[in-house]
Design a protein around this ligand. Structure first.
Ligand SMILES: *Cc1c(COP(=O)(O)O)cnc(C)c1O
Length: 497
C-alpha cells in the first residue's frame, strides 16, 4: 500500500516518501509524517532469522513505498557493509541485567551512522527518481555527532554539498577534530558562537526563507536536511529496534511476543521516536524510557504536560544531548493530537513565541508509555564507574545517562521487564569524561594521552575513527555568529548573490 507524507503543521500533504526525503522539512516549517504507521508484515519468528540488511529491507519497504525493491536493496547494501566493524552491524551486549544495543560500530563511532550511512543513498536515489537537476545542499545543525556522520556520508557524493554548523564550545575534542579534519571537496563546516539550539534554530530559519530558496534555485541549488527532522533519518532508525528484538528472540533471551522496555538517551527525540514507531508497527515494546541529562526539559514535560524551554542551557559531559528544543517531539505531539496539523501548529507557534506550550490531558494519556527520567553528572559518572568495575563493560557518557535513568526507573517501579538500552556512542568519543568517571578525578593531560590511558585500562581496541584523527590535517577553520549563518552558507557555495 502506498504511503504518503504530510506536514505535522497541516500545510502540505500527499507527498511521496522520496520527495519528503529530498525536502527534509515541510514548507510550513512542519515535519513530515506518514499518513499511517504500517504494520510489520513478517512474523517476529521470521524476522529472527534475518540479517541486519534483510531486516532493514523489511522495515524500510513499508515506509518508503515509492522506492523500488531494487533501489531500496541497493541503498541498504551500500550503507550497511564493511564500514561497520562488526558483522551484526548492531551487536547486543548483556551487562548488569540490561541489554546494551551497540549502535556505534560505524564510521564515526556514534549511533548517527546508523541512519547517515544510508541517507546519502536514499537522497541521491530520490533525486534521480524525481528528476532533480539542482545540486542538493545538505544543511545541518549538530550537537557533535550528526555533523561528522553526515559529512562522512556525503563526502564526495556527486550532486551534493554538505554544510554543518556546530556549537564552538559545545562538543567534545574528538567530535570537533573529527569534523574539522573531514576530507572531501563538497564538505563545509563552521563553528558558531552559540549553543546547539542556536544552530538548529538558525538552520530552520534558512529553510523557511523563501527568497533565499529562490536565489539558490537560480544558481542551481536546493536545500535538504540531514537532521532527524528528515524522515529519511528516522526510518532507518526503526530497523535496529526490530533487529534487536529479533536477535533476543533468536538467542532465546525472550519468548515470541514477550514485551521489552527500551531506554534511550535522548536529545532531539529522534532515536526514541524511532522506537515508538517500531512499537506502533507491532514490535512488543512496553515502555519507552526517555533519559535526559541536566537539560531535563523532556523529563519535566512527561511529568507535567508542559514543555518549557525557558531555562538555562547546561553544558554537560553528554553534549549530544544538550538540547532544549527537541525537534522530533513535534511528531509525537502531532500524533497525540489525533494528527491534527492545526492543533499542533498552534502549540509550535506558542513554543516559538513564548518558549512553552501545554498539552491536553487526553494528549498526555496518549503518550503514557513514555517514562521520563534524568541523570545528574554525578550519577552518570557513578554508573559508568560501577558498571565497569563490576562487569568490565565500558559505556560512554550518553549511554551512562540512560543506564542511570533505567536504574532509577527500576528502583521506583519494580518493573522487571527485560530492558534494552540504546548505546549511542563509543566510550572513545568522550574519552576524557569516561576516564574521569572511572578514575574519579579531573584529567589534565592531552586528548590522545587520555585515549591511550583509557585503552590501557579497559583493553578495548582504539577504533579506527580515533586513530585517524591523531595525525589528520585540519581542513576547516570557519567560525561565525549565529546570525551570520546565511552569509556563511553563501560563502561556502561561492557567493551566490
Ligand atoms: C544524537 C545523540 C543522542 C541523542 O539522540 P536523539 O535522536 O537526538 O534523541 C544521544 N547520544 C549520542 C551519542 C548522540 O550522538
Amino acid at each position: 500500500m502506498e504511503i504518503s507524507y504530510q506536514s505535522t503543521r497541516g500545510g502540505e500533504a500527499g507527498v511521496r516518501a522520496s520527495q519528503a526525503i529530498l525536502k527534509g522539512l515541510a514548507e510550513d516549517g512542519g515535519l513530515f509524517m506518514p499518513t499511517f504507521i504500517p504494520k510489520l508484515d513478517k512474523s517476529l519468528k521470521e524476522l529472527s532469522e534475518m540479517t541486519y540488511q534483510e531486516t532493514a529491507y523489511e522495515v524500510m519497504k513499508l515506509f518508503l513505498t515509492d522506492y523500488t525493491e531494487e533501489e531500496l536493496k541497493s541503498c541498504i547494501e551500500r550503507a550497511y557493509d564493511s564500514k561497520f566493524d562488526t558483522e551484526e552491524i548492531t551487536p547486543l551486549s548483556k551487562a548488569e541485567g540490561s541489554y546494551y544495543l551497540e549502535l556505534y560500530h560505524g564510521n564515526t563511532i556514534a549511533f548517527k551512522d546508523m541512519a547517515l550511512s544510508i541517507l546519502p543513498h536514499l537522497m541521491t536515489t530520490a533525486a534521480k527518481k524525481n528528476q532533480v537537476k539542482n545540486k542538493i545542499v545538505i544543511l545541518t545543525a549538530t550537537s557533535g555527532d550528526t555533523g561528522k556522520a553526515a559529512m562522512a556520508g556525503f563526502a564526495d557524493v556527486e550532486g551534493t554539498e554538505i554544510i554543518v554548523f556546530y556549537p564552538k564550545d559545545g562538543v567534545s575534542r574528538v567530535q570537533e577534530l573529527q569534523m574539522v579534519t573531514q576530507k572531501g571537496d563538497n564538505t563545509h563546516v563552521a563553528a558558531i558562537y552559540g549553543n546547539f539550539d542556536d544552530a538548529q534554530t538558525g538552520v530552520k530559519k534558512i529553510f523557511g526563507d523563501k527568497e533565499f530558496a529562490k536565489k539558490l534555485d537560480e544558481k542551481g541549488y536546493q536545500l535538504s536536511s540531514a537532521n532527524s527532522i528528515n524522515i529519511g533519518r528516522l526510518v532507518p532508525q526503526v530497523v535496529y529496534y526490530v533487529y534487536a528484538y529479533a536477535k533476543l528472540l533468536e538467542n532465546g533471551e525472550i519468548s515470541e511476543g514477550e514485551e521489552i522496555n527500551v531506554t534511550v538517551p535522548t536529545g532531539n527525540f529522534g532515536n526514541i521516536l524511532a522506537a515508538y514507531l517500531a512499537k506502533q508497527m507491532g514490535l512488543p515494546i512496553k515502555n519507552l524510557i526517555c533519559a535526559s541529562n541536566d537539560n531535563k526539559v523532556l523529563y519535566d514535560f512527561f511529568q507535567t504536560g508542559v514543555y518549557d524551554r525557558n531555562r538555562d542551557f547546561i553544558l554537560t559531559s553528554s553534549p549530544s544531548m544538550d538540547i532544549l528544543i527537541s525537534s522530533n517531539l513535534e511528531r509525537l505531539i502531532y500524533l497525540s493530537a489525533g494528527s491534527d496539523g492545526k492543533a499542533n501548529a498552534e502549540l509550535m507557534k506558542s513554543l516559538g513565541e513564548k518558549g512553552s506550550y501545554e498539552i491536553t490531558g487526553e494528549m498526555k494519556k496518549f503518550m503514557a508509555d513514555f517514562k521520563g527520567g534524568y541523570s545528574s553528572e554525578e550519577s552518570t559518572k557513578a554508573v559508568i564507574k560501577k558498571l565497569f568495575e563490576d562487569t568490565g563493560y565500558l559505556i560512554d557518557t550518553h549511554t551512562g545517562v540512560a543506564a542511570a535513568v533505567y536504574e532509577q526507573y527500576k528502583a521506583e517501579t519494580k518493573d522487571e521487564t527485560k530492558n534494552v538500552i540504546a548505546s549511542t556512542a563509543s566510550p572513545y568519543k568522550f574519552s576524557r569524561n569516561v576516564l574521569e568517571a572511572i578514575e574519579g578525578k579531573k584529567e589534565t593531560c592531552d586528548e590522545f594521552q587520555v585515549i591511550d590511558r583509557l585503552a590501557g585500562i579497559c583493553g578495548v581496541p582504539i577504533p579506527q575513527a580515533v586513530e585517524e584523527i591523531r595525525t589528520a590535517p585540519v581542513c576547516h577553520n570557519t567560525e561565525c555568529h549565529a546570525d551570520q549563518m546565511k552569509e556563511t552558507v553563501e560563502n561556502f557555495l561561492g557567493k551566490i548573490s
